[in-house]
Write a protein of this length. Structure first.
Length: 813
């Protein structure tokens, strides 16, 4: 490894082109973040401040770093390394141009030993914003590439290899960051440094698996190395095409399995690389898992299948779509990423889709998914636009693919690469040809570019580096006609972007449901991040500004009024919005799971937010769980009981299992009145023969025993013998009739050391969807938006700052 004296982390200032002053940003950050920290600009999330950042894209920005070199120059190599630079930049060392960058998604580096001074050195980086960098490109092409989410009058996002969501999206503001996204370093060393290490699974079987490890060294003159491995012993390896490959055979391998299907087993190795005369070159650790993944698309009784097999076993996929965790990528810490993946496990996910309009996650994301058994559906970074196919663009994305694909596919969690998000379906269904005048030659060029990028280049590079399945786009089908739900992946937007009633979430079921969702407003403490209380109404300019979907807040209001009536005030509207989202998405999830084996998986839109706003997320920007997320945790349990809505008030119930085990589940079913009186009860035994759904009859001796205004209470055993509870109501009465007024909350106990509080909820009648809310941030409830039979109920709350009873507010139906 490298001595600390040989590793210098650079600190940066940038020059304000209008105020003519230098501003320090430390080791990383964007122009926008620097201007905020220096109080030259306000928080872009607050109020209507977003537009105050527009002018930044109209100027070039100069960054400067002064650093000192001494003994570092005695080393054989001195290298400048930018792990992530954003995006179009010319780099000068002591007034000499040494590097040009044009891709956010790859690291950049260059040797500076012959240009660096012993003593002080000046590094200047001149950034050109994308709209300036690409303006001549638009003139040369002669037509506009469709980019419906790019909110600028000059739409150049398709040409820009940087995060597409920063150009504006229907859940994001437009902040096109410019700067140093990760700390840049000066590294000096002798002999060589490790550029990249990758793992490739060649074959998998119960008896033997073959694995290849590749390492890339910075010194091309090294043609032979001694590869010392704690697991596999020593071997001399010769260089092949600029890298070194070691193939090993593992007998009786332990396989990596997704969560719920076995252990996510990882092999751990310690490697030392030496020259053939045993001089030290490098050392590193390797974690790898052995698994096979298949995407099964074949004709069947319904049309064409779309599901995944891991290690030969069919897996029903449960999860969500993951977007960048902040509009400013440099603000996202490793711990933030780890906590997000941990939350997936807590929520019973077994898959997460990395959406294609953001950026490729860091290694820490994949490492945590490896450890927890979370499968990753990885999009390449293309979304909702048409892309160029000229030689410069193809050369650029080839470098991107050659870097990202082997890095990402080294992780066992990665089970599929998807070429793009909604590019194909957009070209075929969104009216681009008419809107942008794309016919004849221009249309053929766009289609040719699509085929080149997604049907030739991407799959060729993927096949070269791994055996992870690849599909050129998602969705393969489109929502609309009934037969479109019988094949391919599906993004169902018929309720939000169409005119479908909300109960169609439970009826329009694709073969694999990769996107679907409904918006809601965030928790009150998140609303406070961007608005004052006098802005808390749907007609305020602030609320309208933060709603980025063209459909607008009326969609939420109209559906919530239909389900829950007219809200009394804005705070009740926020509550109704979350219940409506929860109803819509959970209805879809239940139907998808019950539809197994026809349905291969369900990934709702979306897990998280990149700023505080009304969006489709189940967890808001402040980390608060919305009503939907509590529901998702229960609905994604490996063994659970789910309702299937035939209409909004006509419900059947199913025991659903994702596990391969065969077991008997004794189900006790009780019916209670709203006052908590037991109406009737009975037991039934369900024989669970592997993955599937099993209808629970609520009829006994052909006599209906379910009162239309009763509560149904299920107690049942899962495959491990654990007793589980699910409580649903069968209410068809008005919500005013069902309301209960007497609900009391008190603090039961506090564990100050662990920062845990227990609340006691006391209710004398049945309470529906009780929400315990707070303006305090950093609270995590073990359950919320809960329906409770009469009695005393204990709620666990983890806190960062100790709340008082006055910090909580109750709202219920």
């Amino acid at each position: 490894m490298f001595d600390a004296n040989c590793h210098i982390e650079l600190s940066w200032d940038f020059f304000h082109p209008i105020k003519k002053k230098w501003i320090n940003i430390g080791v990383k950050g964007s122009v926008q973040e620097g201007l905020i920290a220096n109080k030259d600009l306000p928080d872009p999330f607050y109020g209507m401040n977003e537009s105050k950042f527009d002018w930044i894209e109209n100027h070039e920005w100069e960054f400067r770093s002064i650093f000192f070199l001494d003994k570092q120059l005695d080393q054989e190599f001195v290298e400048l390394i930018f792990p992530s630079i954003d995006t179009y930049a010319k780099v000068y060392l002591n007034e000499q141009l040494i590097l040009e960058t044009d891709n956010f998604f790859i690291p950049h580096s260059c040797d500076i030993k012959n240009l660096a001074n012993k003593g002080l050195n000046e590094l200047i980086v001149v950034f050109t914003p994308p709209i300036i960098y690409h303006k001549d490109k638009l003139k040369a092409v002669g037509y506009q590439l469709p980019a419906p989410n790019d909110v600028h009058e000059i739409q150049i996002s398709p040409y820009s290899r940087k995060p597409q969501y920063q150009f504006g999206w229907d859940w994001a503001l437009r902040i096109n960051t410019i700067g140093i996204n990760k700390p840049s370093i000066i590294m000096s060393y002798n002999s060589a440094r490790l550029l990249k290490k990758t793992t490739r699974i060649i074959s998998v079987s119960d008896s033997i698996s073959v694995v290849e490890f590749d390492i890339y060294l910075s010194n091309n003159s090294i043609k032979e190395i001694l590869w010392k491995s704690k697991l596999f012993g020593d071997e001399i390896i010769k260089c092949k095409s600029g890298f070194f490959t070691r193939r090993v055979e593992i007998y009786d391998p332990k396989l990596w399995w997704p969560r719920g299907h076995g252990e996510a087993y990882l092999y751990q190795d310690e490697v030392i690389i030496q020259s053939v005369d045993k001089q030290y070159l490098e050392s590193f650790n390797v974690k790898f898992g052995i698994k096979s993944s298949e995407l099964i698309r074949e004709s069947d009784e319904w049309g064409e299948s779309y599901y995944f097999k891991i290690n030969g076993r069919r897996i029903f996929c449960k999860g969500a779509n993951y977007i960048p965790q902040d509009i400013f990528p440099s603000r996202v810490k490793d711990q933030d990423i780890v906590e997000m993946v941990d939350l997936m496990l807590e929520s019973n996910f077994n898959m997460i889709r990395v959406w294609g309009g953001g950026y490729y996650p860091d290694d820490i994301f994949f490492e945590r998914c490896d450890e927890l058994g979370i499968m990753v559906w990885q999009d390449l970074m293309f979304a909702c636009s048409m892309y160029p196919g000229d030689s410069l663009f193809i050369s650029n994305i080839t470098k991107e693919f050659e870097y990202q694909i082997p890095r990402i596919s080294s992780h066992p969690c990665v089970v599929v690469f998807n070429g793009n998000n909604e590019v194909k379906v957009a070209w075929e269904n969104w009216g681009f040809q008419v809107k942008y005048g794309l016919f004849g030659k221009s249309a053929k060029e766009i289609e040719s570019a699509y085929n080149l990028i997604f049907k030739r280049l991407a799959p060729e590079i993927i096949i070269k580096h791994n055996n992870v399945p690849y599909i050129h786009t998602s969705p393969l089908s489109n929502w609309g006609k009934d037969d479109l739900y019988n094949f391919g992946s599906q993004h169902y937007w018929g309720v939000w972007h169409g005119k479908d009633p909300i109960e169609h979430f439970g009826k329009k079921i694709g073969r694999f449901n990769a996107e679907y969702g409904f918006q809601s407003f965030p928790e009150y403490n998140t609303l406070s991040l961007f608005s004052k209380k006098n802005d808390w109404n749907l007609k305020s300019e602030v609320m309208k500004h933060h709603q980025k979907s063209y459909v607008g807040n009326d969609m939420i209001l109209n559906h919530s009024k239909r389900l829950f009536g007219k809200p009394y005030d804005f705070e009740e509207f926020v509550y109704f919005s979350q219940l409506t989202q929860s109803k819509a998405v959970s209805m879809a999830v239940a139907s998808h799971r019950i539809d197994f084996p026809r349905c291969g998986g369900t990934l709702y839109w979306q897990l998280n937010d990149c700023w505080p706003a009304p969006t489709w997320s189940s967890i808001d920007y402040n980390g608060n769980w919305k009503a939907l997320h509590y529901k998702i945790r229960d609905y994604y349990d490996d063994v659970t009981i789910l309702p299937k809505n035939n209409t909004l008030n006509n419900v059947d119930y199913y025991l659903v299992s994702d596990v391969v085990d065969t077991f008997d589940s004794k189900v006790n079913i009780k019916f209670f009145s709203l006052e908590g009186n037991l109406i009737s009860q009975f037991d039934t035994l369900i024989h669970v023969n592997g993955s599937g759904s099993y209808e629970i009859s609520l009829y006994k001796k052909k006599d209906k025993i379910v009162d239309e205004n009763s509560v149904v209470y299920f107690s049942f055993e899962n495959h491990e013998g654990k007793q589980l509870i699910r409580c649903y109501d069968n209410l068809v009465c008005s919500f005013e009739k069902a309301r209960v007024e007497d609900v009391k909350l008190k603090i039961d106990s506090i564990n100050y050391d662990e920062k845990i509080m227990y609340l006691n909820v006391c209710n004398k009648k049945y309470v529906r969807n009780l929400w315990i809310s707070s303006l305090l941030t950093g609270l995590k409830f073990d359950d919320n938006f809960i329906s409770l039979l009469p009695g005393n109920h204990r709620i666990k709350v983890e806190y960062k700052k100790l709340p008082s009873i006055k910090d909580f507010k109750l709202i219920w139906l």
